[in-house]
Design a protein around this ligand. Structure first.
Ligand SMILES: Nc1ncnc2c1ncn2[C@@H]1O[C@H](COP(=O)(O)OP(=O)(O)OP(=O)(O)O)[C@@H](O)[C@H]1O
Length: 380
C-alpha cells in the first residue's frame, strides 16, 4: 500500500489553455479511498490519468509510496507499468480473446510469475469478486456486471500499491450498481487498499469514500469525510452539487430586514447586523423542509416559517414532492406520500429548523457563513 502525494499539479489542454487541473494538491493516506467528486468537466479524469501516468502534467509533482513518479519540471515521468497501480475503468476493457482467468492472470504474467502460481492467485482474486465459476469463459459470454467484477479482480490480483477507479459502475444498471458498490466497500475494508476513485455520483462518493474531494474547475473545493461534507458543504457550489436544491435569495432592504428573492416575503434575521454583507443565499434540503397551514402550529423560536402557495404535488411511490412558490423562489418539500394534506393553490407555510439552514455569501466563491446561526422569524 502506498501513500499518494500530489503537489501543485497543473495540466492544460489545447491552444485555448483549458486548465483541466489547476495547481492542485492532495494527499491520499495509506489505506484511504479518496473519492474525486464533481460535475462533468471539473478535471476528475484528467487528475486520475496524471496519477496513472497516462497523461503528462505541465507542472507539479506526484509521489506514490514515497517514489517520485512525476516531477523536476517534467524531467521525471515514470511509465504507467512501473507505477505499481491497478486500474478499473468504466468500459471494463477486458481482452476479448482471453478467458476470464487469463485476463485476471495477465498482470501476474507480466511480472514473470509461474503458470501454476498465476492460476492459483487468479482464482483467488476471482473468488474475492464471486466470479470463480466464470474462469473458463470468454468476456463476450458473461454479463456487464460480471465483466466489471472480472476487471476488478484483474486490477487487484497483483495487490498493487495503489488502485485507481474511473467511474467503474456507471455502465451498470441501478440494481447492479448498488450491489457492486457494496461489494467494493467490503473489499476495501477487507484488503485495505489505497485508492483514488472518480465519480459524479454522490451516493457512490458517500458510501465508498473514506474522504471525498469535491473538485471545481481543476481545484479541490472541499476535502472532507462523507458525513462532514454532507452536513456542512463549504460552499454553495458543493451544496448544489450534493443536491441541496432549495435556494432562497436574501437581500437586506433599507430597514435592515431581509427580503426573500425580491418578493413580499420578509424575514427578520435577529442577528442580521452581524452578517458581513447585504446579499446571501439560504439553502435548505427538501427532506428538511415541512409544510403547515398558515398560522397553525406552535410558535417555536427554533423554527423558520415562510408563507407560500403550493403549485404542484409530484408523487413518486413512497415519497412525494410538494412544490411551493415563496416570493420568486421555488421550494421543494419532500415527505412520505401523504405527509401533508395540501394540494395546488393551497396557501401554506414552509417550515424548517434554523439548525438545518445553510447560509452562503452571494458571490463567486459562495462560502458558507460559518460563525452565524441562522434564525428567522416572519415580519408581518
Ligand atoms: N484530451 C483533451 N483535449 C482537450 N481538452 C480536454 C482533454 N481532456 C479533457 N479536456 C478538458 O479538460 C477539462 C477536464 O476534463 P475531465 O475529463 O478531466 O473532466 P471530468 O471531471 O473527468 O469530466 P467527466 O465527468 O465528463 O468525465 C474539460 O474542460 C475537458 O473538456
Amino acid at each position: 500500500m502506498s501513500e499518494v502525494r500530489i503537489d501543485g499539479l497543473m495540466k492544460t489542454f489545447g491552444s485555448a489553455g483549458v486548465r483541466a487541473v489547476d495547481d492542485l494538491s492532495l494527499t491520499v493516506a495509506e489505506g484511504q479511498l479518496v473519492v474525486l467528486l464533481g460535475p462533468s468537466g471539473c478535471g476528475k479524469t484528467t487528475l486520475l490519468r496524471c496519477v496513472a501516468g497516462l497523461e503528462t502534467p505541465d507542472g507539479g509533482t506526484i509521489e506514490i509510496g514515497g517514489r517520485l513518479m512525476f516531477g523536476r519540471d517534467g524531467r521525471i515521468q515514470v511509465p504507467t507499468h512501473k507505477r505499481d497501480i491497478g486500474m478499473v475503468f468504466q468500459n471494463y476493457a477486458l481482452w476479448p480473446h482471453m478467458t476470464v482467468e487469463q485476463n485476471v492472470a495477465y498482470p501476474l504474467r507480466v511480472r514473470g510469475i509461474a503458470r501454476q502460481e498465476r492460476s492459483r492467485q487468479a482464482r483467488e482474486a476471482l473468488a474475492l469478486v464471486e466470479c470463480e465459476m466464470l474462469a473458463e469463459r470468454l468476456p463476450s459470454a458473461i454479463s456487464g456486471g460480471q465483466q466489471q467484477r472480472v476487471a476488478l479482480a484483474r486490477a487487484l490480483v497483483a495487490r498493487p500499491g495503489l488502485m485507481l477507479f474511473d467511474e467503474p459502475l456507471s455502465n451498470l444498471d441501478y440494481r447492479l450498481r448498488a450491489q457492486l458498490r457494496h461489494q467494493l466497500r467490503d473489499l476495501h475494508r477487507t484488503l485495505g487498499f489505497t485508492g483514488l476513485y472518480v465519480t459524479h455520483d454522490q451516493t457512490e462518493a458517500m458510501q465508498l469514500g473514506t474522504v471525498v474531494a469535491v473538485l471545481k474547475e481543476g481545484k479541490v473545493e472541499q476535502l472532507a469525510d462523507p458525513a462532514s461534507l454532507f452536513s456542512r458543504p463549504a460552499s454553495a457550489y458543493v451544496a448544489r452539487f450534493l443536491g441541496i436544491g432549495n435556494r432562497l435569495e436574501l437581500v437586506r432592504d433599507p430597514d435592515a430586514r431581509w427580503v426573500v428573492g425580491g418578493g413580499d416575503v420578509r424575514l427578520d434575521l435577529p442577528a442580521a447586523g452581524e452578517l458581513p454583507g447585504t446579499r446571501f443565499d439560504l439553502y435548505l434540503r427538501a427532506t428538511e423542509v415541512g409544510l403547515a397551514a398558515p398560522g397553525a402550529g406552535p410558535a417555536d423560536p427554533d423554527v423558520g416559517r415562510l408563507p407560500g402557495v403550493v403549485t404542484d404535488v409530484v408523487y413518486s411511490g413512497d415519497s412525494s414532492d410538494w412544490i411551493v412558490q415563496v416570493g420568486d423562489s421555488r421550494i421543494v418539500a419532500s415527505g412520505k406520500a401523504r405527509a401533508w394534506p395540501f394540494g395546488p393553490e393551497d396557501r401554506v407555510e414552509v417550515v424548517f429548523r434554523h439548525s438545518s439552514a445553510l447560509l452562503y455569501e452571494q458571490d463567486e466563491a459562495g462560502r458558507l457563513v460559518e460563525s452565524y446561526g441562522v434564525r428567522t422569524s416572519l415580519v408581518p
